[in-house]
Design a binder for this molecule. Structure first.
Ligand SMILES: NC(=O)c1ccc[n+]([C@@H]2O[C@H](COP(=O)([O-])OP(=O)(O)OC[C@H]3O[C@@H](n4cnc5c(N)ncnc54)[C@H](OP(=O)(O)O)[C@@H]3O)[C@@H](O)[C@H]2O)c1
Length: 287
């Protein structure tokens, strides 16, 4: 009887210890940059936040570097909260590079200790820890350090979607890349060259050399050269462009579209801070 009581007591103590460990794990915190209200940069607060627990299809990543993209500021502003489906409080940051800490039961390709970089769709990158699914993360290239790797995902993905998914760029085609010295444009030049395309790229005077280093065949200084509007294009090009994409009237002179010949038709596009990915979206919306 006494033995049975002792056994039960030991079990209770062990169960209690597990419960405490569990509760402690759930209470684990981390440092993060948190947005409690939408607004300017002043709403970014560096503070303690709950450490995320990976779901079965997620990996917990110790973030070593997080990239900053223009969209981060848009999300922080709350201007597109409905569009992006964001709710407060939120931790911004969509590009991360780091080391997998642990994995959910359904994760098969990633394992603890892997160096990865990822585009985390629901943010959370401005923190010590973030979660990523296998579709969002992949092995970090050895040639890039963590800071360099964290600068890659979203800009490269945008360039890829525009050039490869939307324009189906292939060897021998010619592509005009506005903003070739920027985050998206610099990726676009390299992707296009790797595909065997001829690249014409624009940037300011100080970035002409960079365009060449990235692989552009022809470089154009937008401060010195004006770009043709669609009405200045030759008849065939104009018809092809029109056939490929009927751009919304308001956007017509501003956005431009990727045509099947992979030429980017835009006069004011880069000037308005728009790029191939915007053009792609505009095309998709107007179709
Ligand atoms: N970064 C992303 O992941 C991402 C994703 C989706 C969409 N976007 C959108 O894509 C656009 C570009 O983003 P980004 O990150 O590549 O920006 P970025 O790094 O700031 O690059 C901007 C580019 O535009 C050029 N530019 C600036 N002023 C210009 C002007 N007046 N005329 C012609 N070109 C001009 C710049 O050339 P110089 O520096 O030589 O002046 C540079 O090449 C933004 O509208 C952004 O919202 C970005």
């Amino acid at each position: 009887m006494k033995n049975r009581f002792l056994f039960a007591l030991v079990l209770v103590v062990i169960a209690g210890a597990f419960h405490l460990t569990d509760a402690k794990a759930n209470l684990a915190t981390m440092k993060a940059i948190v947005v409690h209200e939408y607004g300017g940069p002043e709403v970014l607060k560096y503070e303690d936040a709950p450490r995320p627990e990976p779901k079965e299809n997620e990996a917990l990543v110790r973030v070593i570097a997080a990239g900053v993209n223009p969209v981060d500021a848009l999300i922080r502003s709350g201007k597109y909260a409905k569009f992006f489906g964001t709710t407060l409080p939120l931790i911004p940051g969509y590009d991360i590079a780091g080391i997998v800490e642990k994995t959910g039961a359904k994760i098969t390709k990633l394992k603890a200790g892997d160096s990865i970089y990822a585009y985390v769709l629901w943010g959370g990158g401005y923190a010590e820890y973030a979660v990523a699914t296998e579709g969002e993360a992949t092995a970090k290239p050895k040639s890039l350090n963590y800071i360099e790797a964290a600068a890659v995902p979203l800009a490269a993905l945008t360039a890829w979607q525009a050039l490869i998914d939307a324009a189906k760029l292939s060897a021998g085609q010619t592509v005009l890349i506005h903003g070739g010295s920027g985050g998206v444009g610099s990726m676009a030049i390299q992707i296009a060259k790797a595909r065997g395309a001829k690249v014409i790229a624009t940037a300011s005077t100080q970035n002409q050399e960079l365009l060449k280093q990235l692989g552009a065949d022809v470089t154009v200084d937008y401060t010195k050269t004006k770009f043709a509007r669609s009405r200045d294009l030759g008849q065939t090009q104009r018809e092809r462009a029109r056939g490929d994409c009927q751009v919304d009237r308001r956007e017509k002179d501003q956005a431009g579209c990727l045509s099947s010949s992979a030429t980017y038709r835009s006069s004011e596009g880069a000037r308005a801070g728009r790029d191939a990915s915007h053009a792609r979206q505009d095309c998709a919306q107007s179709r």
